[in-house]
Design a protein around this ligand. Structure first.
Ligand code: GDP
Ligand code: MG
Length: 702
């Protein structure tokens, strides 16, 4: 390759940027972050011809260079920073042909910034169906930019766009916005001092200096001083500028639209809108959809999950038969492999839930849900855009927290992040499953519903209620007065594009595997060390102690080994900590054995099940095939009755419903809020709440 150019795709949300990006780059793409901020950066390579490679950047959607969210801020910054590494050689403005007015605001700004731009009029299929017709030659000459028709969904017009990208591209000669003459001297001074290429660039710095991180402290001061002198405050001229631009756009549209859309063509859309956002039907439909999603996740995920479970068990077995035993093997077989297994096992559920969310978003239905739920969510300090992140929380808090990046208002976003971990994630399910099986009878209620299933649903509901109540309390404590408005456009309904759904699934699953995985793995290894090592004498003598204890009992090797493992766990560092915290957890009905499980499950909640299984093998002299049976037969030495009474079981269920118990979530909250303050408050609050409620439940039931 001889030549490499940088191309940025930009345009309003839902105009088809990502579809075009996928068309251009195929699977040659990677997702990262813009430096210092948590905004997704998608880049990929596209071969324009044998000699030219284009690096394509899929920018977040935005209507204009005046940002309302973190995502949009990045776009403004990329275009304002000519020396920045992301500044493109060429820009493709992706426009939704059926809604040009909203797409062209940004275009006129790019023109004034003197950035070489190509307009890609997307969704031509929809425009054609609507009966609309446009003179693109005229559009091209009025704006003085090249224009192509594309269909990013089907891949039409892509070759033509690539050819255009190969040609030299001059900047548009148009000047849409005339800067107010009273501040021209300031604009000129900044332009000279920073050696900028256009008046509008300088004007942007003057208007939005606070948004731009690339400015040095000295440059900022220079601009601030000038603004004082000329009485420019940030955003002063923004309203006037927008009105002027829309005026210009309307004139252009009047000329280029040969025939406008037939008003009848989207009658169907309006009817569906009315149904989906209806006061009664809207909610009924949404809750039915949620219910169906839940049902399918559990049934669909079961098969791959069983398969993964089996595979990891056989891998452990295989290694155990083929590797020399020693500390390294132990770490691999009992620390690393189960650690990875504990990550991989959740992929099916996470992938399936995100598949559903992606489909709902692709069809355009989700936008109606956001609109429908906005009013209710606002009562609780959240907003309509919190719905998708909260739903994602049922899969895993990590991608869910990252999905809050589209929420414009920082306080709404913070509250959403704060309450997401209350949504019952897939890692709680194994814990719930075993405990519910233990304390809730397997009977039918009202003839059809399984009581255990109802209990499980109740726990999910409880988590959701906790999220709402907490959000409401935070709204009051944070004293949220700022009124944010939901500004969004309803996309047209369409069949989902399956490759887009596929990309979303891959992206979200990857996020989970990398973000949650690395923490889970690291913490699993640490906890494995704590659970496998302890003061020397006790650990080394384990086998002898167990053998003497069982003299004459004629146990099988397996039983002996189980007991040795349990004895070792008891005397390990984890065991010592477990015993250390026993006084604290006693009021909840737990003993030191459960204490150990509480500690080890801090890597990830599901570890609870494995730890409990190991530690309660102690004393199980009779053959007990399942964990459930083993736990049921466990005797409480103090009372002589069963260890896992309903009081203890429910207390644990409540504890796991509310407790934070997830190191990866804390790490991600830290990254997204950029300080330890919020994750620590979250940890203290959730653990405190879990403790208090588990205490109450235990005291009432026992
Ligand atoms: P972005 O928000 O700009 O990245 O937009 P996306 O690429 O995610 O596209 C939004 C929706 O529009 C998706 O459902 C796409 O399948 C759909 N879409 C994109 N381009 C076209 C097109 O040319 N025709 C039609 N009918 N749909 C399209
Ligand atoms: Mg996109």
């Amino acid at each position: 390759m001889e030549r490499k150019i940088k191309v940025a795709l930009t345009g309003k949300p839902n105009s088809g940027k990502s579809s075009l990006f996928n068309q251009l780059t195929g699977l040659n793409q990677k997702v990262g972050n813009f430096p210092g901020v948590t905004v997704d950066k998608r880049t990929g390579m596209c071969e324009l011809d044998e000699n030219t490679l284009a690096q394509i950047l899929d920018l977040p959607g935005t209507y204009s260079l005046y940002p309302r969210s973190l995502d949009e801020k990045i776009v403004a910054e990329v275009f304002a920073d000519r020396k920045g590494i992301y500044f493109p050689d060429k820009v493709v403005l992706v426009a939704d042909t059926t809604n040009l007015k909203n797409c062209f605001l940004l275009l006129t700004q790019l023109i004034d910034l003197k950035i070489p731009t190509i307009v890609a009029l997307n969704m031509v299929d929809v425009a054609a169906k609507s009966g609309m017709s446009i003179d693109i030659k005229l559009l091209s000459s009025l704006m003085d930019v090249p224009v192509v028709f594309i269909n990013a969904r089907k891949g039409q017009g892509i070759e033509k766009l690539k050819k255009l990208l190969l040609l030299p591209l001059k900047v548009s000669e148009r000047k849409v916005f005339a800067i107010d003459s009273e501040i021209m001297p300031a604009v000129n001074e900044i332009k000279d001092k920073l050696q900028l290429s256009s008046d509008y660039e300088s004007y942007q710095l003057l208007q939005q200096r606070d948004h731009f991180n690339f400015l040095t402290a000295e440059q900022k001061k220079f601009i601030v001083d000038l603004s004082k002198e000329y009485k420019v405050f940030p955003g002063k001229y923004q309203g006037a500028e927008t009105i002027l631009r829309y005026g210009f756009i309307q004139e252009v549209l009047n000329k280029i639209i040969i025939r406008s859309a037939n008003p009848e063509w989207n009658k169907m859309t309006h009817q569906l809108d009315r149904l989906f956002t209806h006061k009664i039907w809207g909610y009924t439909i949404f809750f039915t959809v949620l219910f169906l999603i839940f049902q399918s996740i559990f049934t669909l995920a079961q098969i791959p999950m069983d398969f993964i479970d089996g595979s990891f068990a056989s891998l452990s077995n295989y290694l155990s038969n083929h590797l020399p035993h020693g500390p390294l093997f132990e770490m691999l077989a009992s620390g690393i492999i189960p650690g990875i297994g504990g990550i991989v096992i959740f992929i099916p559920q996470i992938a399936i839930l995100f598949a559903f969310i992606a489909i709902l978003e692709e069809t355009g239905y989700m936008a109606r849900v956001v609109f429908l739920m906005d009013k209710i969510m606002r009562q609780f300090g959240l907003n309509g855009k919190s719905v998708v992140p909260l739903m994602s929380g049922w899969a895993c808090a990590i991608p869910a927290i990252m999905a809050t990046r589209t929420i414009e208002s920082w306080k709404d976003r913070l509250i959403t992040i704060f309450v997401i971990p209350f949504m019952s994630c897939s890692a709680r399910l194994p814990v719930f499953a075993i405990l519910v099986a233990l304390v809730v009878p397997d009977v039918k209620v009202i003839g059809i519903f399984n009581l255990q299933g109802v209990a499980l649903m109740g726990l999910y509901l409880l988590g959701f209620v906790a999220a709402l109540v907490t959000a409401w309390a935070m709204k009051i404590i944070l004293n949220v007065k700022e009124r944010s408005f939901l500004i969004m456009e309803m996309p047209t309904y369409r069949m989902p594009k399956w490759s887009n759904v596929g990309y979303t699934i891959i992206e979200k699953t990857k996020t989970f595997v990398y973000e949650a995985g690395k923490v889970i793995l690291a913490v699993s290894i640490i906890l494995w060390v704590l659970a496998s090592y302890g003061p020397k004498d006790e650990m080394n003598g384990a086998k002898e102690v167990i053998q003497t204890r069982n003299i004459g009992m004629n146990l099988s090797t397996d039983e002996i080994n189980n007991q040795v493992a349990a004895y070792k766990l008891e005397h390990s560092y984890a065991g010592i900590i477990g015993k250390g915290i026993e006084p604290i957890i006693k009021p909840l009905g737990y003993d030191w054995k459960i204490g150990i499980a509480l500690i080890t499950s801090f890597a990830a909640r599901e570890v609870f099940v494995g730890t409990i299984a190991t530690i309660y093998s102690l004393g199980s002299t009779n053959e007990q095939p399942t964990i459930k049976a083993r736990l049921q037969s466990e005797i409480n030495p103090l009372t002589g009755g069963p260890r896992f009474t309903p009081a203890v079981g429910f207390s644990l269920l409540i504890f796991y419903t509310f407790a934070m118990q997830c190191a990866s979530t804390l790490a991600v909250v830290k990254r997204e809020t950029k300080s330890w303050k919020w994750p620590l408050i979250q940890l203290a609050y959730m653990t405190g709440l879990a403790y208090g409620l588990a205490f109450i439940i235990f005291q009432i039931l026992s």
